[in-house]
Design a protein around this ligand. Structure first.
Ligand SMILES: CO[C@H]1[C@H](O)[C@@H](O)[C@H](O)O[C@@H]1C(=O)O
Length: 705
């Protein structure tokens, strides 16, 4: 199948595009290196790996590997077939793929060194004409297949290869905030691919392609419905919906992805007709045990429950005078015998705060609620902690809860969907932001406890941990609205697999796979992606203070939009200064939640990093930053500069006309133009607001209204 057919059939575009090589003579020669593909596995997942390789190499090199006799069996009814199915495998150069257990030749090739691969790792060895992909499990082989294809698509095409990979994190999860009516909470790429008109309604081919995209980056779990589980979604745990959910699970299973459901803590009442949802009530416990049994009868490898409880008006154990540990453990008990997990979110805070009340600090909430519960959760509970203490702002400090609980499993939660970072109309490549979080030194155990080592379990010796993130996809043909926003989904998966990868390397992989091997395109796209977070931060809320967006939909500037509201999101700007005093000495005490020297760094005016100054301190406009600028001049400069650089993005994209597919070009260009205009609106709103508050003019005399 060539690229056009592939695109024509499905109509949508993403990074598994397998662009044909530009130099066809050379590619013909290279294709000889992959004359055949063989496997002795009979497994659906290995079949998927074979199909992927045959299609990928076939499209890239113009000649697909012949499937050997054994692999033809393995590829089965749905798999690709070859006109010469009996071509002997092993003669001349080709590809072997599969598990060590089923493939003697792979055992011979890799010998004994394979033990370190774990359940999901793989090894690739290209030598003497044979490219071997071996793993302990079918899904390991699939990851190896995707890795080989990634290498080829990014131009690494060596006749000798020696690669060993295993994921850093056990749980690498995606959360869909999709609702059964087809809408997506904080979705910016069209409607849901899972639901329509109050039904579970999907195109299996599209779900399969989503599974391929996710698996190609190493994602291994997906919660398929919004953490705000509404009336009908609360019934997903019942027989009404399980058959359809099982069909979805079966598609994801082939790609090594376990399905989870977001549940409603009050489901025993709302669905089960019980008088209570008290986690200590015997009938409630029985009800959840029965639900678990039903689910596992339909989906034997079901992943577990994702729970938003006692958060933003969702029900939870507090109603019954119980705590989070009691709530989570009750569900965990129901799932335990089946191997299921409870993923319990820590996004718990008072969302009905009185703005006059300066003592309550939303930033403190997750830590205050959960730290005292360290050690109280069962082994199959994992806490899901948002990367920052507030809510996915462009800049926040790292949540002080990460690393602070020694006897509790933790995953970090990121938001791929760009709720507060331009809603996929502005370009904002988030991988650099996530890297900052992952590399943050928590000081949990002295100097070697960055967040990435906390969540992979190694700092506190936890068996379970990893990453979760809110997806940014929808039914749009390009999946993500802004074509370049795909890089965030791709980058999230790659980081979850290996947090050591650099943001730039990930951007380059994505660009080459998505747009093909044209260097001019890849270089321009990588540069734009790498600049984009800083540009966005420059023209939006300054110095870590956050918010300043329109209430509810959260798009666009509104400096006081959340100032006199109940959500705990204030900047406290007055005529003298701006920022939130979160010090122990004179403020909310939040800075004291950090471990070791971090607490002192944030407490101190002088040491607090510039980019977080207004998160931790209320400072006069004339306060001098480490950069040498005053706070007010910094605000003016960054906003003028940010708007200019946003306009520059549109120009840089325009230089790629004719070099990227017309649809992508047009869709992105329209968005870059909107971003450039909107950045001016941001600039003028923020500059004007602070000029009027402070009365301090711009040193450089630029127009402020
Ligand atoms: C799903 O609800 C979301 C809500 O839409 C969003 O504005 C906020 O960021 O976070 C909530 C959460 O993370 O639960």
């Amino acid at each position: 199948m060539n690229e056009q057919q592939q695109e024509g059939q499905a109509g949508y575009r993403a990074w598994l595009a397998y662009h044909p090589r530009m130099d066809s003579a050379a590619s013909k020669e290279e294709s000889l290196r992959y004359a055949w593909i063989a496997s002795d596995d009979r497994d659906d997942t290995v079949r998927a790996a074979i199909t992927e390789i045959v299609e990928g190499i076939g499209t890239m090199y113009g000649a697909a590997p012949r499937i050997s006799a054994t692999a033809t069996d393995a590829a089965g009814e749905n798999g690709p077939r070859d006109s010469e199915p009996n071509a002997a495998y092993g003669a001349g150069p080709g590809i072997l793929v599969g598990t060590f257990a089923a493939n003697e030749r792979l055992r011979d090739i890799f010998g004994v060194e394979v033990a370190e691969l774990g359940r999901e790792g793989f090894a690739i060895r290209a030598k003497d004409g044979v490219t071997a992909i071996g793993a302990h499990t079918p899904v390991g082989a699939l990851y190896g297949a995707f890795h080989l294809l990634r290498l080829l698509a990014t131009g690494i095409d060596e006749s000798e290869l020696e690669i060993v990979e295993r994921p850093a994190n056990k749980l690498r999860m995606i959360n869909q905030w999709d609702n059964i009516d087809g809408s997506i909470e904080r979705g910016y790429a069209g409607s849901s691919i899972f639901y329509k008109d109050d039904e579970i309604d999907f195109d299996p081919a599209r779900i399969r392609d989503y599974a391929r995209l996710l698996a190609s980056t190493g994602i291994n779990a997906i919660a398929i419905n919004n953490v705000n589980a509404h009336r009908l979604e609360s019934r997903f745990v019942t027989g009404d919906y399980l058959p359809r959910i099982a069909e979805l699970a079966a598609i994801f299973r082939v790609y090594g992805i376990r399905l989870l459901l977001s549940i409603n803590f009050a489901a025993p009442i709302e669905v089960g007709g019980l008088p209570t949802a008290d986690p200590l009530d015997a009938d409630v416990k029985r009800w959840w045990r029965e639900r678990a049994a039903d689910i596992y009868a339909a989906i034997p490898d079901f992943g577990g429950f994702l729970v938003k409880a006692d958060s933003e008006n969702r029900p939870g154990p507090f109603t019954y005078g119980r705590g989070h540990a009691e709530g989570a453990n009750m569900l965990a008990e129901a799932l335990e015998a089946h191997g299921g997990l409870v993923v319990w979110r820590c996004f718990v805070y008072n969302c009905k705060q009185d703005w006059r009340d300066r003592k309550t600090d939303r930033a403190r909430a997750a830590y205050d609620h959960f730290l005292p519960l360290d050690g109280a959760f069962r082994d199959n509970v994992v806490l899901q902690i948002k990367n920052g203490p507030m809510d996915f702002q462009v800049r926040e400090p790292v949540s002080p809860l990460l690393g602070a609980m020694e006897r509790t499993n933790q995953v970090v939660e990121f938001q791929i969907t760009q709720e507060y970072t331009g809603q996929q109309r502005h370009l904002c490549y988030l991988v650099p932001q996530w890297k900052t979080v992952l590399d943050f030194e928590t000081r949990a155990l002295g100097e070697a406890s960055p967040v990435k080592r906390v969540v992979d379990g190694s700092v506190h010796g936890r068996a379970l941990g990893g990453f979760a993130a809110v997806s940014n996809i929808g039914a749009d043909t390009n999946w993500t609205g802004h074509p370049l926003a795909q890089s965030n989904l791709y980058g999230y998966g790659r980081l979850a697999w290996n947090p050591e990868l650099s943001a730039e390397a990930i951007a380059e992989e994505w660009a080459l796979q998505t747009f093909g091997s044209n260097r001019q395109v890849a270089d321009a796209v990588v540069d734009m992606l790498m600049d984009s977070l800083d540009i966005y931060e420059s023209y939006t809320a300054p110095l870590g203070v956050g918010w300043m967006v329109n209430p509810n939909h959260h798009y666009g500037p509104n400096v006081d939009g959340y100032e006199y509201d109940k959500w705990g999101t204030y900047h406290f700007a007055d005529r003298d200064g701006v920022g939130v005093d979160r010090t122990v000495l004179s403020g909310t005490g939040y800075a004291g939640q950090y471990m070791g020297a971090n607490a002192g760094t944030y407490e101190s005016f002088a040491e607090c990093p510039d980019e977080l100054l207004l998160f931790f301190h209320h400072v006069p406009y004339g306060h001098r930053l480490k950069s040498g600028l005053t706070v007010i001049q910094h605000i003016y400069d960054t906003h003028f500069d940010g708007a200019l650089r946003a306009a520059g993005l549109a120009e840089r994209w325009a230089s790629l006309e004719g070099l990227v597919p017309a649809d992508d070009y047009d869709e992105a260009l329209a968005r870059f133009r909107e971003q450039a205009e909107h950045a001016k609106e941001w600039r003028d709103r923020i500059n004007t607001y602070f000029y009027r508050k402070s009365g301090v003019p711009d040193e450089r005399g630029r127009t402020i209204y």
